[in-house]
Design a protein. Structure first.
Length: 331
C-alpha cells in the first residue's frame, strides 16, 4: 500500500509539471468566455466551514437472501478554517462535540489535495483516507433481540484505507469549475458541458476476524471468514456538469457514471484469493451557493460509490460529504 501511495504522488507531481506549460499556452490562446465567466481578483481570503465526512461499507448477498450489513465510522462533524494568499491556501480543522460520539471512537485521518485550471476545466484530485473503528449501523436487522436502548455494536479492529488520484475535465469555455468548487471566479450566466473523470484507486479493508455477524453467516457462506481485502481499480467516468445562475445565486450539478477495471486480492481466514472484475463507479455532487464580488456562501453534498464483487456478495464502498461554509475576499 505504501508503494501504491508513493506511486500516486509521483504521478501527480510528474503529470502536473509536464502539463504546466501546455496549460499556460492553452489559457492564452483560448481564454474563458468573458460573457459567462468573470475573474475575481483578490489577494486574501478567509473561509470557515462545517463539514461531515463518512465512509460507509454496505455488504449484500446478490441472491437476495439474508439482510444487508452496514458498517459506518463514527466521524463527528468538524469545523475548518482556511486562509489564502493568492494561490496559496492553508487550513486546519477540529472536531465538534456531537451526539454521534456515543457510537464508539473511530480514529480517522485524511489528506486531500486538488488543483483546478482553465484548460478544459482540467484539474487533479488526490485523497488518502484511513479509518479504524466501525459500528454496525443496522443492528436491529442483524443482532437478534437488539433494541435502541442498547449501544451499537462496535468493531474497533475493522480498519479501511482509501487512496485515489483522479483527473477531471469539462469540455466548455462557458462553464467554470473554479466558480462552482473554489469560488475564485464568478459564473455570470447558466452553462453546462460534457465531463470526463479518469483515475486510479486503492481500497483496503482489514479486521482481526470475519466481518459478517453470526446471525447472517449462513446467508454469506462464501465470505464468512473475510478479514482482509485489497482492491486496485482504474476508473473511467463520463458525465455532465450544469450550473444554473440567477444574479449572485447558483445551483450546480455534477454527475459522473462509469466503470472500473479492478484487481482483487483478499483473504478468507488463512486462504488468499485473487480476482479480476469490472465494477461500476459513480460520483454525484450538488452545490448551492451565493457568490458576490467580495463574499460567498456554499452548501455542498457529495456522494461517491464503488463496489467489490466477491463470489456472490457485493460490497459497496460509499463516501458521503456534506459541507456548509462561506468566506470573504479582500485585496
Amino acid at each position: 500500500m505504501k508503494k501504491f501511495l508513493v506511486l500516486l504522488v509521483f504521478i501527480l507531481l510528474a503529470f502536473s509539471y509536464a502539463q504546466a506549460q501546455k496549460i499556460r499556452e492553452f489559457k492564452e490562446k483560448y481564454p474563458p468566455d468573458s460573457i459567462y465567466i468573470s475573474p475575481l481578483p483578490f489577494k486574501f481570503l478567509i473561509n470557515p466551514s462545517f463539514y461531515l465526512k463518512t465512509n460507509n461499507l454496505s455488504i449484500e448477498a446478490l441472491s437476495g437472501n439474508g439482510n444487508k450489513i452496514v458498517y459506518k465510522p463514527n466521524t463527528p462533524m468538524k469545523m475548518a478554517i482556511v486562509g489564502a494568499y493568492k494561490w496559496l491556501r492553508l487550513g486546519f480543522s477540529f472536531r465538534i462535540p456531537s451526539y454521534l460520539n456515543d457510537k464508539g471512537n473511530t480514529n480517522s485521518y485524511g489528506l486531500y489535495l486538488n488543483t483546478q485550471t482553465h484548460f478544459l476545466n482540467w484539474g487533479l484530485d488526490f485523497y488518502w483516507v484511513r479509518n479504524q473503528g466501525y459500528y454496525l449501523a443496522n443492528p436491529a436487522l442483524n443482532i437478534p433481540g437488539w433494541t435502541d436502548r442498547q449501544r451499537y455494536p462496535f468493531r474497533s479492529d475493522l480498519r479501511t484505507t482509501n487512496i485515489g488520484l483522479f483527473t477531471h475535465m469539462v469540455f466548455s469555455r462557458k462553464l467554470s469549475l473554479k466558480a462552482v468548487l473554489q469560488q475564485s471566479e464568478k459564473q455570470l450566466r447558466s452553462a453546462g458541458g460534457i465531463a470526463l473523470q479518469m483515475g486510479i484507486t486503492y481500497a483496503g479493508l482489514q479486521s482481526d476476524s470475519g466481518i459478517i455477524p453470526f446471525s447472517q453467516q449462513s446467508y454469506y457462506p462464501e465470505v464468512n471468514q473475510l478479514d482482509k481485502g485489497r482492491f486496485y481499480s482504474f476508473n473511467i467516468r463520463p458525465g455532465y456538469v450544469y450550473t444554473y445562475v440567477y444574479r449572485n445565486y447558483y445551483i450546480a450539478t455534477l454527475a459522473h457514471v462509469g466503470i472500473g477495471f479492478q484487481l482483487q486480492a483478499y483473504q478468507l481466514k488463512s486462504n488468499r484469493k485473487y480476482g479480476v472484475q469490472l465494477a461500476p463507479s459513480f460520483k454525484f455532487q450538488q452545490v448551492l451557493g451565493y457568490n458576490s464580488d467580495n463574499a460567498f456562501v456554499k452548501l455542498s453534498f457529495t456522494y461517491m460509490s464503488s463496489s467489490f464483487h466477491i463470489k456472490q456478495v457485493n460490497i459497496k464502498n460509499n463516501f458521503i460529504t456534506i459541507s456548509l461554509g462561506g468566506g470573504i475576499r479582500f485585496l
